[in-house]
Design a binder for this molecule. Sequence first.
Ligand code: PMP
Length: 304
Amino acid sequence: MADRDGVIWYNGELVPWRDAQTHVLTHTLHYGMGVFEGVRAYETDRGAAIFRLPEHTERLFNSAHILGMKIPYDRDTLNQAQRLAVRENKLASAYIRPMAFYGSEGMGLRADNLQVHVIVAAWHWGSYLGEDNMNRGIRVRVSSFTRHHVNVTMCRAKANGNYMNSMMALQEALRDGYDEAILLDAQGYVMEGSGENIFLVRDGQLHTPDLTSALDGITRKTVIALAEDMGLKVHEKRITRDEVYIADEAFFTGTAAEVTPIREVDGRVIGNGGRGPITEKLQSHYFDVVHGRDPGHRQWLDLV
Ligand code: PMP
């Protein structure tokens, strides 16, 4: 990733990609206390547009607030930084990664002498869980790793350190030949994927876990709004593992994962064993919206 042409927005300046370096004593590298976002820009007929930019920036500030980090820029500056990162790298579509982290000004856990640094990088990133899987659906296992307890890590924050749990779950799933993991919460209820929220379809209605230890996903919110547009009822509730097994359809949502169908969980075929009809409708509606083909939701697009 480091050896590329292009620029990265780094503390208010656009610096050459290869020069966007930080010291090995960077505090966040040692303890994982940092916050970040994952944002996408899509090609539209009016040029590249960032999807739900203000909502992502707001979540970044909320994450920092939860961790007690003070981001030394305002929201407008970081919105502009994200537009610049796409524009200056001449990207027609992009994955955008803003991050705020503590620097190398000191090392103790007290963290009272540290500066918060901010970067925004952008690059081209295709389908996160594979292009073919967007039609075919993915195979998933329930992880042996439990999702964060709400009073251990702060689950409303998209915080760097939270992702150790995600990576262990994902690596376990991949090692066992699956594409992704479903994590259960500390009480044993279905919570989310390693980097996605989860939805089930049952009798023509959507079910998704209520937000306790799951990230408040922006794609989740989008899909709930699109489902309501389509007249589908959405229930936010506790979901058990066996409810997933007998769902008519299941899918993951996320900025990176977009709307990815799930075709199998723990060796049980879900529904028709492929992308279900409601998943397909929501997925295609989602792609119409992010690409600006749906006049109803243009307010979610920020031209770069
Ligand atoms: N849960 C986790 C743990 C995630 O990392 C993500 C990706 N940000 C999501 C859910 C989905 O969130 P969003 O739709 O905002 O990308």
